[in-house]
Ligand binder design. Structure first.
Ligand code: HEC
Length: 142
């Protein structure tokens, strides 16, 4: 009985350490299913307009008008909020961007309740893809 108690305590402690470690880690742990996910929507003008409107409503307060992370609420966190105009940002798959935007973590809110239709989040992802700085000088590949 004593051993069992001891084992349970060890279990709880290591679980705690494990999640603490997760909090400290900077890299996102994104399930393979999302990494490979294909955007089910098209980035036509109409969809981009919806994406932009949703971005302004839900995301601008932290990520800023141009997505560089200078929204009025961005100062409330120590976390690096990211830069949607950077090359690093656009090097990830759309599925990764979708996961981070929709599921979130820590200071980055989860939007599954606020934006119940995942398609709306894909419209935002389309819009985020237009914020790429270096594409202004380079032709888009796809
Ligand atoms: C309350 C402030 C806040 C709001 C509102 C917010 N975010 Fe974030 N976001 C953050 C923070 C903080 C991070 C960094 C989180 C981390 O790395 O742990 C982040 C990170 C991200 C990232 C990852 C950036 C990267 O470099 O890969 C994406 C994508 C993102 N947010 C999309 C969105 C979208 C889309 C919306 C609106 C639907 C939104 N965020 C609304 C605070 C916010």
């Amino acid at each position: 009985m004593k051993t069992l108690k001891f084992l349970i305590i060890i279990g709880i402690v290591s679980l705690g350490l494990y999640s603490f470690d997760k909090l400290l880690q900077e890299k996102w742990d994104i399930p393979e299913k999302y990494v490979k996910m294909k955007n089910p929507t098209y980035a036509n003008q109409e969809n981009l307009a919806i994406g932009k409107a949703l971005y302004i409503k839900h995301c601008k307060s932290c990520h800023g008008k141009t997505g560089i992370g200078d929204g009025p609420k961005a100062d409330e966190f120590d976390t690096d909020i990211g830069d949607f105009s950077s090359r690093e940002f656009h090097e990830q798959t759309e599925g990764e961007i979708f996961y981070k935007s929709y599921i979130g973590r820590l200071d980055m809110p989860n939007y599954q309740k606020k934006i119940p239709n995942p398609e709306d989040m894909w419209f935002i992802v389309n819009y985020l893809k237009t914020l790429e700085e270096f594409l202004k000088t380079q032709k888009r590949k796809s």
